[in-house]
Write a protein that binds this ligand. Sequence first.
Ligand code: BEZ
Ligand code: FE
Length: 298
Amino acid sequence: MPSRDPMEPATARNLSGAGLTEAALRSFAHGDSERFNQIAQSLVRHLHAFISEVQLTEEEWAKGVEFLTRTGHITTDQRQEFILLSDVLGASMLVIGINNQRPAGATESTVFGPFFVANSPRFALGDNIANGAPGEPCYMEGYVRSLSGEAVPNARVEVWQADDEGHYDVQVAGLPAPRGRGHLFTDNDGRYAFWSVRPSAYPIPEDGPVGDLLAAANRSPMRPAHVHFMITAPGYQTLVTHVFAEGDPYLDSDAVFGVKSSLITPFARHEAGAAPDGSQVNTPYYTMRYDFTLAPTQ
Ligand code: BEZ
Ligand code: FE
């Protein structure tokens, strides 16, 4: 443990302005690790600079405290308002960008979001994961490959998505079983395929303090239509990403800044008839094809 600086004064009095910032910085110089000191001191430095830059009033300070208090009070095991706050501030995507720098050619990652549920139902290739979720049928398929183009067999492909009313199953009260959610494993060719419904654009939860923040900023809560994927395979970095629907009107105004051009693909409409898996579909349906490329673990 770093020892206390014997030259440091035991008391710090009559502090203001730059001297106050210096004292606050010094108070975080003796933590249990250098990394802790670095993070705490940087936080103090930026927080003090922010307060000084905007000349924060006491009313504004109290409003900020009240906002964070409400953010804490609304947060439960089911709802993480702090992560949502991080998302709309662009902080989540910044952290993802710093920590997921992959080699060229690897599929890009994007925000995880609050609607993942562990232990989703397992499906076989070609199954329908919709389980009654409202929406037009959509056949989704593709391959999971390595950077050199080799098939990644037996990769776990975790899928979750909103239905055509913009709801995840966990947002619908009283559902007896998961909908539009599940996992499957790629075959020997690295192929995955499943039926579900076409996803729709939806608003992020806006009935709490984060919604109030967006309203105050005249910002839209909408996310463009997408399907979440999390792909895991031994020897490869876990990929958390989405596939976005080409042509969606919100692609350039995603409330959480998660869109990357490389993740956009067409959801093509077809008239009723024979689907790519040989089945007969008696309503119009959609197809989505997307191939994922995994980066090796370092
Ligand atoms: C989502 O895509 O599920 C999501 C991501 C960030 C915030 C809210 C929702
Ligand atoms: Fe989502």
